[in-house]
Design a protein around this ligand. Structure first.
Ligand code: LLP
Length: 421
């Protein structure tokens, strides 16, 4: 459930009309609902209670300061994958004790900054990274809390570009080697082994791969404890999928996912961490765009929008589906017609949807892309010298621009002229 509903024939974000935001900030833009973010976070809270747990929002899915602060204020931790995200999480008021640092390529400099600022744990992904962290932490006279990310060789049954838990993927160490690597880690200076980490992929719509992976983690926990390691924390990653197409069957709910966690690792006495991104932010955001032209082709009609692939890359990158709805609610008897919905960028790949049914549209009409809160704004670029589009946040009847659209001068002045020109 989200808080983007039609009221009196017009799409709203909570109590604010989308058309009002469009008139104020211009199009295209992203808009997030505070109530939806909070609701999704609380669903995970309920799903994991009464286990001791921390929900670490994967900020890569939606990294705006106001979004992170909204969740942090509820007690959320944050999963970061770069020191940039770490610094932003801190700037949003999340303390280091609630930040976990993931990612396969952490540099020594990033390790140093995180150790200095305080960190809950590093999720270590390889032996070279382990040795580097040991060196950095001991040189600072500190001990780095770590989990080791294991690769359980489980098929997440999701898009190949976002599956991470198979042995051919670049992530984690093979679970078969875990005992040897933990033995190594235990001997290193500056390393404090606190637990195990696993993340098998994103947009999972089936709980079976989670169950398989978590059972393997439970077995490993028992083995490692028998080997003498004090495994007290399990980071179970993110990945629970969301309904992108309202017409399709809904994926499992956080409550069902929580039941899998309790069933598989609930009896181990560990603190459980999860790193959901998409389920918290995905359906908490829309991208709103205006129709520039309706172009009648020989074989099909095109809706040419003012948003493009650089603003929302998911359709062209993953063939992803986003529901696209008119901001003015169609009258009940309106006959929909098929459109190819495209942006202005000079690539055929700049296509959001083909032969999508919408009520008859005209230039100037507004449309909203649903489920655009996750991996939307964060993956945007300025391709074609198109400004990054603004982000807006709604809270009941208030809205605020939480990232402004840059001016063309600002964009041009970020370049500098080589001195010989
Ligand atoms: N933890 C780790 C270590 C991750 O790599 C990810 C996502 C997450 C947590 C959060 O996963 P989520 O709960 O959001 O599924 N750009 C792609 C998705 C990339 C996901 C990368 N890792 C997309 O637009 O679908």
């Amino acid at each position: 459930m989200d808080h983007f509903l039609y009221r009196d024939g017009a799409l709203h974000a909570e109590d604010v009309a989308i058309a009002e935001i469009a008139a104020s900030v211009g199009t295209p833009f992203y808009v997030y609902s505070t109530a939806t973010l909070e609701r999704h976070y609380r669903l995970f809270e309920e799903a994991l209670s009464p286990l001791p747990h921390l929900i670490c929002f994967a900020m890569k899915s939606c990294g705006n300061l106001s979004v992170v602060k909204t969740l942090g204020a509820l007690g959320a931790g944050v999963d970061v994958v770069s020191i940039g995200e770490y610094l932003k999480a801190k700037a949003a008021g999340v303390p280091g004790e609630r930040i976990v640092f993931s990612g396969v390529g952490k540099t020594r400099e990033e390790m140093r900054v995180a150790l200095d600022g305080g960190i809950r744990q590093f999720n270590v992904e390889s032996e070279p990274e382990l040795f580097a962290l040991s060196e950095v932490a001991s040189s600072m006279g500190l001990s780095a809390p770590i989990t080791i990310r294991v690769n359980p060789d489980v098929d997440a049954k999701t898009h190949e570009k976002i599956a991470t838990g198979k042995k051919e993927n670049k992530f984690g160490i093979p679970i078969s080697r875990a005992r040897a690597v933990y033995a190594e880690a235990a001997k290193l200076n500056g390393i404090d082994v606190v637990g195990i980490d696993v993340h098998i992929g994103s947009q999972l719509v089936d709980l079976v791969p989670f169950e398989e992976a978590y059972l393997k983690v439970a077995d490993l926990t028992r083995q490692l404890r028998a080997d003498g390691h004090d495994i007290r924390r399990l980071d179970l990653g993110g990945g629970l999928g969301i309904p992108y197409e309202r017409s399709n069957a809904a994926p499992p709910l956080p409550l069902d996912y929580g039941a899998v966690i309790k069933r598989t690792v609930g009896d181990l006495g560990c603190e459980v961490e999860i790193e959901p991104g998409r389920l918290i932010s995905g359906n908490a955001g829309l991208m709103v765009s205006r129709v520039i032209y309706v172009k009648s082709g020989e074989e099909r009609d095109f809706l040419i929008l003012d948003a493009a692939m650089n603003d929302l890359i998911r359709p062209s990158m993953y063939g992803a589906h986003h529901d696209i709805v008119p901001v003015i609610e169609p009258a009940p008897a309106t006959l929909p017609q098929p459109y190819d919905i495209v942006g202005p960028v000079c690539e055929t790949g700049d296509t959001f949807a083909k032969q999508r049914a919408l009520p008859p549209m005209q230039a100037g009409d507004l449309v909203a892309f649903r489920s655009a809160g996750a991996y939307g704004a964060v993956m945007a670029s300025e391709y074609n010298m198109r400004p990054l589009i603004p982000e807006v946040m709604v809270n009941q009847d208030q809205f605020a621009v939480i990232r402004a659209r840059p001016t063309y001068d600002e964009m041009i002045n970020r370049d500098s002229m080589a001195p010989w020109l």
